[in-house]
Design a protein around this ligand. Sequence first.
Ligand code: FAD
Length: 447
Amino acid sequence: MFIPETLCLKIAKIWRCLVYCLAVLSPLITRLLMGYYSGRDPLREIGLSFGMVGFAIIMLQPLLSARFRWIERPFGLDRLLSFHRRTGLVAAVFLILHPVILAISIGSSRLLLSLNLPWPLTVAKVTLLLALLFSLAALFRRAFKLPFQIWLRAHSALTLLILTGVFVHSYQITIRFQAIPIRILWAALLVTGVSSYLYLNLFQRLGGRLNPLTVSRVSRETDNVWNLNLVPQEGRSIFRYKPGQFIFVTLLRGHGLPREEHPFTISSSPVDRSCLSITAKESGDFTSTLGSTKPGDRAAVMGPFGRFSYTLLPSCDKYVFIAGGIGITPFMSMLRDMYLLEIKKDILLIYGNRTENDIVFSAELREISESGSSPDLRIIHLLSRPEPSWTGEKGHLDIDRLRRYVGDVSGKSFYVCGPPSMMNSAESILRQMGVRGSDIHIEKFSL
Ligand SMILES: Cc1cc2nc3c(=O)[nH]c(=O)nc-3n(C[C@H](O)[C@H](O)[C@H](O)COP(=O)(O)OP(=O)(O)OC[C@H]3O[C@@H](n4cnc5c(N)ncnc54)[C@H](O)[C@@H]3O)c2cc1C
């Protein structure tokens, strides 16, 4: 029996969501089945339930962020990480409400205010404080101007402390007095959290899933955009990926240059199995050192990840690509792929930049659109601060312009990638034009 790919994808998403919900509610379900809720103070039970659900969410957090392919594949890693951020905040709310409700149920504020408490309760307070700091940092990292790498390291260290804290507190206070199935469940959730954490931070980051590549060429695309070609070791070929997907890259360059892992879209086409390229804009501490990379420097690459690829919608023939600045990279990968494979698709690319000099891949885009072969590519360049000599489109994306270029929206798939403000406005304009949410695909350059 033929099952369409979109249906398979929906099923894959639904069953993963169901398993996740079951895991989060597993402490409550187990206690319910074992009769723990009958004849007890309902408010106290609600307070305990908040703590238990908070515990389960916290223990499952590393599972969501550990980059397991079988979990992220139907959603895309970027979406999964965004879900991970929101569930982290939900867990913090549950863990804060847990002692508040318990204090109300026993009619005393001692649980909340006293410093002279048994040690498992002190552990709980310290863990809660860490969880609060963690949530505040996650919410206001940009406002506090907290450098991303410092946040990442603190996140990694605090995760282990919080996992340990919530386990020790809950086990000592309640779980060790409960029936064996509940104790087994607690141990299983702890093992899931800690092993996922170790899988990401020790096994993967220390080489378990890293592809060793070598920089073969470093070239300038525009004043502040660099292109790096990476090749595999001799006799090996590049791993399989879909055009539009991204990878995590660690450049091992020496000379005191940063060795951090950063996500970049692959800008080349998978048709070329001998070389892969990334194209990055100088925007911060790491990317501003890209020009110092030398041919021969080594790179450790993890991936591919993401679902921003035309190949995942094989039956669609008409695409509208809306790109802003360096957000062109996934589109370049897809266009190169279509061009090399002569895939018959009708593509409208609307590409926004400040000035003509900022247009990345300008010559190659022109070459594809003027080649007369597939894909049938029409490009509209939109410049917000053009030179007086510019005769093309000026200004920003707006609904009149988009209506004029796109025409009838039915049967078309829309892909958007660029600065956050441009993506937000593109998405809301497309909605106003009657494009269904499922036809809008968005790639954010932040995780
Ligand atoms: C899926 C994806 C694809 C991307 N593709 C491209 C691309 O093709 N070309 C390009 O120029 N840029 C791309 N980026 C953005 C690129 O990763 C950031 O510009 C780069 O990491 C900034 O690092 P920095 O130290 O120079 O700047 P910083 O000022 O340190 O960081 C700027 C912002 O980049 C993000 N960032 C920084 N480091 C990391 C990290 N290690 N992991 C996750 N996010 C981080 C944070 O949101 C941070 O606030 C992509 C990002 C994502 C998530």
